[in-house]
Design a protein around this ligand. Structure first.
Ligand SMILES: [Zn+2]
Length: 350
């Protein structure tokens, strides 16, 4: 058996569903899934119920996380037109700010310029502003980065027109960065048709040309691979009005290592995309004595092996180049051969 040792991975885009969506995922199951994927630090998104757009909700959610998480977690605050007065307080304890410019799951949405200006004027400069921006909304985010001379991070970029626009902005010296998801790298419109509701998320899966564009930019314009781990139950996905989103935190590393085996990028680049760049861009703390051991024996992704509460994966049945065998966090073995060994509260709130 060939073993590969990597640093603990950082996933800057997950939905842990606390508060209010605990039937889909909770802090313990979501961070168990992370460890099973070799991820030792995740950032959680604020489109919860209620959303993390007020300081008291953030404080309560952080307190709960401290009791329940198995790996390290930072929480985003969400921008909302009703709660701009909360931005200074949110800025103290949230790891970053999320602005939803386009429609997605949940109620958080910013469409007006006064709220955008408040965010860029008030949010602490050392903390990132991340945006859900699609198509020409990406140009809005680039404009804000230019006008306020501060970094903007674009979540889950999925289309050729978007990645090319970000490449142009970078060429012009603007402080923008972006992430792509494994599902947008490894699935396309044909898979969306095959998977039905289990292949529906925001942004939707791209054309083969969109997918090709993300791979063309994987060694330069793309800064991070983040999963947008967005679990929903099978029952919800089978409903008439099924919610968008797919889980992904425990399949991202095996998929990226498969791309390495196929010579689509180097292992060094994977570490830049999944460890070094996320840490640098979001100003995240180092994790001492932390590593991931991967068994590089080809293996099949199986829904029944998943640790996420939702219990399914859009990659069910896919062959990948390896599996996470062991995870060590701060000197403790927290995951080994399918078993999560960390106790709730072992993770630290960032
Ligand atoms: Zn998301």
């Amino acid at each position: 058996m060939t073993t590969l040792t990597l640093p603990g991975l950082i996933d800057v885009h997950t939905h842990l569903r606390v508060p209010g969506g605990e039937h889909k995922e909770d802090f313990t199951t979501g961070t168990a899934a992370a460890l099973a994927g070799g991820v030792t630090m995740v950032l959680g998104m604020p489109n919860t119920t209620p959303p993390i757009a007020m300081a008291d909700v953030l404080a309560q959610t952080r307190a709960r996380a401290a009791q329940e998480i198995l790996c390290d977690v930072g929480l985003f605050a969400g921008a909302s037109p009703e709660h701009t007065a909360e931005l200074p307080a949110l800025g103290e304890d949230a790891v970053a700010l999320k602005i939803y410019l386009n429609d997605t799951f949940g109620t958080l949405r910013v469409e007006d310029v006064p709220t955008l200006r408040a965010c860029f004027a008030i949010w602490p400069r050392e903390k990132m502003i991340a945006m859900h921006a699609e198509k020409r909304s990406v140009a809005v985010g680039i404009g804000m980065a230019a006008a306020y001379r501060r970094p903007v991070h674009f979540c889950h970029i999925s289309r050729r027109e978007e990645i090319e626009l970000i490449a142009d902005a970078k060429m012009a010296g603007l402080p923008v960065s972006c992430e792509v998801t494994p599902h947008h790298l490894f699935l396309n419109r044909d898979d969306a048709e095959r998977l039905g509701p289990l292949g529906d998320m925001r942004p939707i899966l791209g054309t083969t040309d969109d997918v090709a564009a993300l791979w063309e930019h994987i060694n330069d314009t793309v800064d991070c691979v983040a999963t947008d781990h967005a679990p929903h139950t099978i029952a919800e996905k089978q409903g008439e009005k099924y919610p968008p989103g797919v889980p992904g935190v425990e399949t991202s590393l095996p998929l990226m290592l498969t791309a390495v085996a196929d010579n689509r990028l180097t292992l060094e680049r994977v570490i830049a995309l999944m460890v070094d760049n996320p840490r640098r861009l979001f100003n995240l703390p180092a994790q001492a004595d932390t590593r991931v051991e991967v068994d590089l024996t080809p293996t099949i992704i199986r829904a029944e092996d998943m640790h996420s509460k939702c219990g399914w994966t859009p990659f069910d049945g896919r062959e990948v180049a390896g599996r996470v065998a062991r995870v060590i966090l701060r000197g403790e073995v927290v995951y080994e051969d399918g078993q999560v060994l960390a106790a709730p509260g072992f993770g630290q709130v960032i």
